[in-house]
Design a protein around this ligand. Sequence first.
Ligand code: BMA
Length: 377
Amino acid sequence: MKTLNLALVLAFLTTGCFGQKLPLPADKKATKETVALFQSLYELKNKGIMFGHQDDLMYGYTWWYEKDRSDTKDITGDYPGVVGFELGHIELGRERSLDSVSFSQIAEQIKVHYKRGGVITVSCHLNNPLTMQLKDTLSSKQHGTAWDVSSKEVVSSILPGGKYNGLFNTWLERLATFFQGIKDDKGKPIPFIFRPFHEHSGSFFWWGTNLCTDQDYSALWRYTVNFLRDKKNIHNILYAYNTDRVTSLDQYMRGYPGDDIIDMLSIDMYDRGEQFGRELDTALGFVTSEAASRNKLTALSETGERRGMDNWWSSVLLPVVSKYPLCYVLTWRDAYKTKYSVSGNTVQSSTDDFKNFYNSPGTLFLKKVQAANIYKR
Ligand code: BMA
């Protein structure tokens, strides 16, 4: 009897309740805070959906790197629960990203957002390691960039045995060095979600579906994670698998690197027409149920309104996403004075609707995420 009681107490302590034991991240050596983040997000996805915004703390629609500023906060009085940061060009050893953001300021703001109790996600539009070595015969703007899809040999060329494997290792070293510097005040690694080689189902990046075989795409993922996790001993990363718009689970899973590599099944979908709501509904249906069967997290990791609607947040996005256990929805960057901004704040009515989204009981911005204390369990 005593043994049984002890077993029950232990079960309570490890699961936090008498329910099912919570799953763990793919990295068996994940740090305590990384495990806490994974498990908190796993639970939180059933309670509400976090709002995320790319580069929210770095610049906005009319400002550039101002202390504590955020377009989201300007409108709602609250920061996003999730902030996205972009590392493209770190591989080249540059000081600023492809969006002209300083990497040291990115590191600083990652720390700030972590200290506030928010979630960090990192994307990376890596240059094209193969074509950037070649002369640009057409002088195209995309030459040598992540968007350069002029060769189908890129992924195989950077895998072991490929001509540019050495170069790719150098790039991964640079990424690893940046990641190793992401620490809190006590010197502990800050956990974050990393979403490399994103939107695989599209063919607009050199790692896209039509640009490499599914086997090579999967090998690229495995090689990258093995490098960062096993070779460089980095254990504060949750890895997000990601596609662009897809219409079936088969299409979604093409090139999936495996449950021992991936922590989150995510999808990117922008609203470019009336069919968006239906398509998103279908896609989130199969992505979230697949994630549940594999004990993984889920997110709509990029989305945005592209039709000029002023009530998109409450009439299109919210009704669909609130049907599913998603950790977060993230809208892309408010590039300085561009057409699209987090709120559509060129249009007052859209800003008002963003406030409706903020005020919905189903959405979680930073204050609610802080209350959940996600890094401690
Ligand atoms: C894209 C665009 C680009 C940007 C890139 C990385 O979707 O916003 O202008 O350089 O993301 O942030």
